[in-house]
Design a protein around this ligand. Sequence first.
Ligand SMILES: [Zn+2]
Length: 301
Amino acid sequence: MAVEIPFRREFSFEYGRLEPVAPMIRRIVARNPSPFTFRGTGTYVVGQGEVAVIDPGPDLTEHVAALLAGLAGEEVTHILVTHTHRDHSPAAAALQAATGAPTYGFGPHAGGKRGDPAVEEGGDWDFVPDRTLRDGERVIGSGWVFEAVHTPGHTSNHLCFGLQDSAVLFSGDHVMGWSTSVIAPPDGDMAAYMASLDKLLGRPDSIYWPTHGPAITEPQDHVRAFIAHRRERESGILECLRAGVGLVDGIVERLYVGLQPGLHRAAGRSVHAHLIDLAARGVVESDGPPTIGAHYRIARS
Ligand SMILES: [Zn+2]
């Protein structure tokens, strides 16, 4: 039976308005809706008076202006970035120019190793955090403390931010309610993503605030469903290979029935991410290196 993911897509907000969503937490949604961003990027503000901003968002002047207008009379003391995709980090530059606040993140996109631009189209190569955070490191502000939780997979530099003493986790694009995450090699890594899902199961958080879409109020069930979904996808890929379907395009055609045409490339990258992982585990092999165009088959062990 197919795994049911308890998706959450009911989402009420008004573009351009900084709105309270929970004690200590406000959110403003940027007007950059797409098949990858749902209604747009949700920029979070934590605290009151002296605040942290999480994921300033895309390079949209009106978004930064609306955020600053919503924060009139308050001071931004910290700019936190979950990861370096162009819908998350570019507005950090404008926000920093306006506030002088330092930026915090794991590091530059893909460790600063610029790859094939066609593959890395979503990466923000310009963002370099002022302060680098490692797993478990704390960021202390006025009335709040964050713990950085390194969750590579969607990108190698992805961080979630746990709000201390509140069981709240800002989950970025690692775990979202409206959709699964895109895992696009080379920076996206399926094995790392699965390990990062397991990592969240070991945490006591009771609510996740992802960067896109509504909060997840049963996070453990949600994470378990994602793990089961990926395992199911992996079995589907192995079935394709057993049936002699060894190209990524053919596998996508068989496994993703009814997929929006605009999402075909992303689906292909996720399948490729699975194949790289399976090849690394010795389960599958390819003619030559495990590229997206390679021909794959079950390994003859
Ligand atoms: Zn992303």
